[in-house]
Design a protein around this ligand. Structure first.
Ligand code: M6R
Length: 608
């Protein structure tokens, strides 16, 4: 939600800010803006729309600066207008800042300052922060930020410039992500570490209640009382090239194609000789594992669906009591949680506010907490304790694809490892599943070879009114994910149901304009799902089937069949998700949608 970039150094400031903002665009893209200081004067430009439009304005104005800050917005308070776009500047033109988060007591501060005669210009919560800074600033940026952070409530990552400090940028964080970097005589800050990769791989992730001063000479860190402290940097092992689209027209398509490699990397070092071993990352003892009576999986969106896959797989071989919960609900319910609970938080970004708050709650209740995230050093990684990192590399497309696959891979390994620690895992099951997991990259690659077939099918259905996705057992969670992908990027209504539940209500929606995507792998539930296909056909719904290779009977029901390679029954989601992602991708493409940056969405949801 909103992307921030800041630069101090001798290179072309506006170019670096604009390129950095382009890398952040997936975090918010309804408006963008930049501010620079040159010759002791703050100048800024803002626009509704994308960073490319801002770049045109910057070029036309010939804007340059010695230091600069920029912002790409996902609106929370105040409509999408140029006035509401960041950066915001104080009425006295002495302070300018960009903000990611929500200032909860903005109205109160605004009323207080307006009563003192300060004029506000925007509808945003952010303006209260900059006007407050302008009001208290007396030449000492640190002291002004100490006063500000004591006055505002809510979540914020703030990047601030003061008109009379043309060689330094200040940042402050509480609740919203912010990372700082330094290389040679250049300093940087960003919401997302991937924006810094071309400059440095050693970064400081800002903690809550922490501020920093960034200059050409280096970075200094302080707490919100103004006391200075040392801070260790963290090394990022991502490659800058990973943030490019390469030969693909969209990041989403590139990321779909990366999945075989992602599975292989996720298994690397975690399985050997058909056995799983997570002891390098988790120092759990058998006694400890035995005391966890229940497992809570907590996540949002696609990550939540990955945990439902895990639940279905783990129930086939372990004696677990598992709950899968959406983080925004988990927080506010009184779900028994304590030392006998293993609470697993899954978040690609590691910054999702709902998941982070849920993790804090579980931790405060004494649960053993584990995080699964794709971003080393993310807030949830630093706060939660035990962690398994998915090595999927940066995911730029707003619709999650390869991180889902990485998550279900690691969750399957986690389930096996846990069952083994508790002495509940049949060695044959371990061998069978680990060996089948090793085959997944090849099977996903085979699925990708059918891309053209799926594209043609998508073309036939691109004008549908909406879609119904059905599946039973292990086929249900990928149905959920397939429907989510379609809604996110094509804006079509898509609903997933356990196939047997359809007749209890949703079947009323079916007609010839509502296709049903039936996930019908050849397993013990095949016949039951076929009955549900028949019920749908009786209501004239066109059927698209995802069936197992060699299942000739499926062709009696529909000619729209995507065949998936045979795999162990539990691992069907691994092969099902690839064609479903491609189907959504090509429907969206056919409909001319903005695939990598779908409307109203942001990659990392850092507000509740
Ligand atoms: O970063 P997270 O995994 O915590 O994000 C959770 C959801 O916001 C995310 O999965 C969202 O649903 C995606 N847009 C899915 O494509």
């Amino acid at each position: 939600m909103c992307g921030i970039m800041g630069y101090v150094g001798d290179r072309d400031t506006t170019r670096i800010i604009l390129e950095g903002l382009a890398k952040h665009e997936y975090r918010g893209y309804d408006s963008a803006g930049i501010a620079v200081i040159k010759d002791g004067k703050i100048s800024e430009l803002r626009t509704v729309g994308r960073v490319a439009q801002l770049a045109e304005k910057v070029a036309a104005a010939g804007l340059t600066g010695d230091i600069g800050i920029g912002h790409t917005r996902w609106a929370t308070h105040g409509g999408v207008t140029e006035t509401n776009a960041h950066p915001h500047i104080s009425s006295d033109d002495r302070v300018v800042l960009v903000h990611n988060g929500i200032i909860e007591n903005a109205r109160e501060i605004r009323a207080e300052l307006e009563a003192k005669g300060i004029k506000f210009h925007t509808e945003t919560d952010t303006e209260s922060a900059v006007q407050y800074l302008g009001y208290v600033y007396d030449g000492d940026p640190k002291e002004a930020i100490v006063k500000l952070t004591a006055r505002i409530r809510g979540a914020f990552a703030l990047v601030i410039m003061f008109y009379d400090k043309p060689r330094e940028i200040w940042v402050a964080r509480k609740g919203s992500p912010l990372v700082v970097g330094h290389a040679g005589n250049e300093g940087f800050c960003a919401s997302d570490p991937t924006a810094l990769l071309e400059f440095t791989h050693d970064v400081w992730f800002m903690d809550d209640d922490e501020m920093a001063q960034i200059t050409r000479e280096g970075c200094r860190f302080f707490d919100f009382s103004g006391a200075e402290h040392e801070k260790a940097s963290m090394h990022l092992d991502w490659d800058a090239a990973m943030t490019n689209r390469g030969k693909y027209p969209h990041f989403m398509l590139k990321e779909i194609h990366e999945q075989p490699d992602v599975v292989a990397h996720t298994l690397l070092g975690r399985v050997a000789d058909d056995a799983v071993d997570l002891s390098r990352e988790l120092s759990w003892t058998p006694d400890e594992a035995a005391q966890w009576k229940r497992i809570h999986f907590v996540a949002c969106g696609t990550s939540h669906y990955a945990t439902i896959v895990a639940q279905h797989i783990m129930e086939t071989f372990g004696n677990f009591e598992i709950r899968t919960e959406v983080a925004s609900e988990y927080r506010y319910r009184n779900i028994p949680t304590g030392p006998d609970t293993l609470a697993v938080f899954v978040s690609q970004s590691g910054e999702t506010a709902d998941t982070l708050h849920a993790a804090r709650l579980a931790k405060s209740r004494g649960a053993k907490c584990l995080v699964i995230t794709n971003v080393r050093g993310s807030t949830i990684h630093r706060e939660v304790g035990d962690a398994l990192i998915t090595p999927a590399g940066p995911e730029i497309g707003v619709a999650a694809t390869k991180t889902f696959t990485a998550q279900i891979t690691i969750l399957t390994l986690l389930g096996l490892y846990l069952a083994k620690l508790r002495g509940e895992l049949d060695p044959n099951t371990e061998r069978r599943l680990v060996s089948a997991l090793m085959d997944i990259p090849g099977k996903q690659a085979a699925m990708l070879d059918r891309e053209r077939e799926i594209e043609l099918l998508a073309r036939d259905f691109a004008d549908a009114r909406g879609f119904f996705f059905i599946g039973r057992g292990i086929a249900y969670p990928p149905a959920l994910e397939g429907a989510l992908k379609l809604k996110e990027i094509s804006y079509l209504h898509a609903e997933a149901y356990p196939a047997g539940e359809m007749k209890h209500g949703p079947i009323a929606l079916l007609d010839k304009e509502l296709p049903v995507v039936a996930l019908v792998p050849k397993n013990e539930l095949w016949e039951k799902t076929i009955s549900n296909i028949e019920e749908s056909m009786a209501r004239k719904s066109p059927i698209i089937a995802l069936a197992t290779e060699g299942d000739d009977q499926i062709c009696h029901y529909t000619r729209n069949v995507i065949f998936t390679p045979e795999t162990e029954p539990e691992l069907f989601p691994f092969v099902a998700v690839v064609p479903l992602q491609l189907f959504a991708y090509y429907i969206a493409r056919q409909r001319g949608c903005d695939i990598d940056m779908p409307r109203n969405l942001a990659k990392s949801v850092t507000v509740e």
